[in-house]
Write a protein that binds this ligand. Structure first.
Ligand SMILES: Cc1ncc(COP(=O)(O)O)c(C=O)c1O
Length: 356
């Protein structure tokens, strides 16, 4: 059989961020205190005990990363070691066994390799989303850790997360509902953080925004993050700032972008609390960043009963307009996407080639 990258007859450039059933997935089990070898399986359906703590008490965590096809046909992952590390931290927080790095990488590599035909070709604008997950399963009723755990990795080809393809500005609406408390689980990628956000996202979308923007739960003042992305702000003094908060996901993309802004664009950078209302007039550019969002410029934000245009002082009050893409977000997007696709060399060791 001729198995090659992009071998499936899909319209790659039309893909959105939807589940597409691929051929195989990786599955490993933890029982009696240890992980089994794990291996590839065919079925996307998981038979689960009805008492599984993942279903009742959200004892589960997950990760998200993208595999990209480079121009020369190599398949590249971006800093998967950080995803592995973040999953270990979430496991520890939810009393789940950690997935060893070797098992994590083997599962990710195998799931990508064995679905090679589903990897979108170079230049298609799409990529292969990789979803590792760790869930507590098995017979249980009371609030206690699961007797067994499953580590699974499935993949799905995806296009842009927000409806607009490529680099197009989005709008966010500040949510009246909180996402995560300062000492809660907001800084871990656990399912429990996301179910509560569904209604906030829906309300934001009904207002014409792409997503909800959360302020800190303690004072309703400082920017936390968007529903599935961290926030970046270019200030009037030329610096790039990003919120410091104990309640937000430590985004792999954000860490990388802050470093690129400092090293490649020579920008002063800072991670500090950002007071939305007090500082908004000093925002020159704003962006949402993440594996799914990549870098998405933010044109306007709904808060305190009105739309507020980012950098209105220079751009005017075009509330209905789609906004412009600022030069810094454009440069950061180009740099990041260039590195993810293997077009721009990087000195950090961020790129891992999947052995095919
Ligand atoms: C709540 C939240 N914040 C931020 C991010 C971005 O994190 P990363 O850059 O590691 O994908 C994600 C995931 O994409 C997320 O779910």
């Amino acid at each position: 059989m001729n198995r090659k990258i992009g071998g499936k007859a899909l319209n790659w450039s039309e893909l959105g961020f939807e589940y597409v059933k691929t051929d195989r997935r990786f599955s490993a089990r933890w029982r009696d205190g240890q992980w089994d070898e794990g291996g590839m399986i065919d079925s996307e359906i998981m038979p689960l005990h009805e008492g599984s703590p993942a279903l009742h008490y959200a004892q589960e965590c997950f990760e998200g990363m993208k595999a990209q096809c480079a121009r020369d046909g190599r398949v590249l992952l971006f800093r998967p070691d950080l995803n592995s590390e973040r999953m270990k931290q979430a496991a520890g927080r939810l009393l789940m066994p950690q997935v060893p790095t070797e098992l994590f990488m083997r599962g990710v590599d195998a799931a990508v390799r064995e679905n090679i035909e589903w990897i979108p070709p170079f230049g298609s604008g799409a990529s292969l989303y990789v979803r590792p997950m760790l869930i507590g399963v098995g017979e249980n009723l009371g609030l206690r850790p699961a007797p067994e755990f499953e580590f699974r990795v499935f993949v799905s080809p995806v296009g842009p997360y927000y409806k607009q393809a490529g680099l197009a500005p989005i709008a966010l609406a500040v949510s009246e509902m909180d996402r995560a408390a300062p000492h809660g689980t907001g800084n871990f990628k656990v399912g429990a953080n996301y179910a509560g956000g569904l209604l906030a996202t829906r309300k934001a979308q009904q207002q014409g925004a792409s997503e909800a923007l959360y302020l800190d739960a303690a004072e309703n003042r400082y920017i936390d993050e968007a529903g599935s992305a961290n926030i970046l702000v270019v200030m009037r003094n030329g610096s790039l700032v990003t919120p410091r908060s104990s309640a937000i996901l430590p985004s792999v993309t954000r860490r990388s972008i802050m470093q690129l802004a400092a090293d490649r664009l020579g920008m002063p950078i800072a991670e500090r609390p950002i007071d939305l209302r007090a500082e908004f007039d000093d925002f020159v550019e704003m962006g949402a960043c993440g594996t799914a969002a990549v870098v998405s410029p933010i044109a306007r934000i709904w808060f305190d009963g009105a739309w507020h245009v980012v950098n209105r002082r220079e751009l005017g009050d075009d509330i209905g307009g789609s906004g412009t893409v600022g030069p810094v977000m454009q440069e950061l997007y180009d740099l990041l996407v260039g590195i993810l696709q293997g077009e721009i060399a990087e000195q950090y060791g961020w790129i891992r080639e999947v052995p095919l």
